[in-house]
Design a protein around this ligand. Structure first.
Ligand SMILES: [Fe+2]
Length: 430
């Protein structure tokens, strides 16, 4: 195998290690549904193998189906998450055997395949990038399921750098054009393409994500009781659901606690807020006299290098993310404190844009001009419209292989079980 193939093999191995670690619990925990929002973990486990079979073995490798009778069960489009426990799912042991059998053949295909052609699926190993990123995304989903399960002792925690205070609250991004999206990153998805020029007016964007301390101030100022700060839809949602704080927060008199992977701990005031819906983020921004950034504003502040006049792969440049630059890849099971990564700053000086928490933007998930669906419509195209808001940057639970300045995630504005926070922006006063 050449170097590139070795790297792909190593990425396949790394992501599988994580999937197996997140499903190492008792069978009972894996087959149970912990929330109607999530699949039983054992569904995710077999689904990543089925996806790998469909794309690497059948589509790219031309291999006959191994288990065609289970395709239907693991088709995410046929069965919404809430219905998945009623399906005749493979049990945990059988699921592990199945995905291992698929993986053995995947490595054979990798060995034999020509990564320079003949189709866009083969080129630059796109199909391997597709399944590696897909499995990482399911790993993050499994972590959200484990958080919802409330079971202690299942999720690894680790050390992160200390935060630092001081520094400007906002950074300034002057007016001017930049290139949004990419034509060149080989594993970028269809929805990140093509690169296209976008002209933006000048704006200010928060240097850091909004922290728990600032968010508590919003709550204590009556932010959840004042419809002025909320959109009509957001206010309705807040009232109907009786929401008064981020998900997993607990109030005890004046003290705030949070539950995290089965433990209750004092709320760390210097961490970015997470587990807020788009409605809450939007209301906070209005209360603060600001607004959420558009997706284009977010990407320019994160990835554009105004001197080189080109987009960077990461805020700091092209080098791979290391522990001194960003909190990605589940180093610890929570966001790093604010200011922990001066070395991860973007060209404009914004920090912690990648890693820590996904960040809600003001934008709906829409195609870029010139969008072409690849390799299938159900990856992006069927989600375009005004149902989903765009999230950017990746969380502490996301993997470097599935995060870059151009990467777009999307979800319903009511979602809070995901590892999501936000930062604010405001237009320059004229
Ligand atoms: Fe999937």
């Amino acid at each position: 195998m050449n170097d590139f193939k070795e790297r792909i093999a190593a990425e396949l191995l790394a992501v599988r290690d994580r999937s197996l670690a997140y499903t190492a619990a008792d069978d009972d925990l894996l087959v149970r549904q912990h929330s109607p929002l999530m699949s039983p973990l054992v569904w995710d486990l077999a689904h990543v193998g089925n996806y790998e079979e469909l794309w690497v073995l059948r589509e790219a490798g031309g291999i006959d189906p191994l288990r065609p009778e289970i395709d239907d069960i693991y088709d995410a489009f046929k069965h919404p998450r809430k219905d998945r426990p009623t399906l005749p799912l493979l049990g945990p042991a059988e699921a592990r055997r199945y995905i291992e059998g698929v993986r053995g053949r995947v490595l054979d295909v990798l060995d034999a395949i020509d990564l320079d052609g003949p189709t866009p699926l083969h080129r630059d190993g796109f199909v391997f990038g597709l399944v590696i990123q897909h499995e990482h995304q399911h790993d993050e989903t499994m972590l959200a399921t484990l958080q919802l399960s409330g079971q202690p002792g299942l999720v690894r925690d680790g050390e992160l750098p200390a935060g630092r205070s001081g520094g400007p609250e906002e950074v300034y991004v002057p007016a001017g054009p930049f290139f949004m999206g990419t034509d060149t990153l080989p594993w970028a998805y269809d929805n990140e393409r093509p690169a296209h020029q976008v002209e933006l007016a000048a704006y200010w964007i928060d240097r850091l994500p909004v922290g728990n301390r600032a968010y508590v101030a919003f709550i204590e100022d009556g932010g959840y009781e004042d419809p002025r700060w909320w959109t009509a839809e957001g206010w309705q949602w807040r009232q109907r659901r009786g929401v008064f704080a981020p998900l997993f927060w607990v109030r005890d008199g004046h003290a705030w606690w949070r539950t995290r992977f089965g433990r209750t701990e004092p709320l760390p005031m210097d961490e970015p807020v997470q587990h807020v819906s788009w409605y809450e983020a939007d209301a906070y921004a209005r209360w603060a006299g600001k607004r959420l950034p558009t997706e284009a504003e977010w990407e320019k502040a994160c990835g554009w290098d105004p001197e080189a006049r080109r987009a960077r792969r990461y805020p700091w440049g092209e080098e791979d993310p290391g522990p001194d630059r960003t909190n990605l890849g589940h180093r610890a099971a929570h966001p790093a404190p604010l200011g922990a990564y001066p070395g991860g700053a973007s060209a404009y000086g914004a920090e912690q844009m990648v890693g820590d928490v996904w960040e809600w933007t003001d934008s709906w998930f829409q195609p870029y001009p010139g969008f072409r669906s690849f390799p299938y419509k159900e990856y992006s195209e069927v989600f375009f419209g005004q149902d989903y808001r765009v999230l950017r940057g990746g969380s502490w639970a996301a993997d470097p292989a599935a995060v870059r300045t151009t990467f777009r995630n999307w979800d319903y504005p009511i979602r809070r079980q995901i590892f999501t926070g936000f930062r604010c922006a405001r237009s320059e006063l004229v």
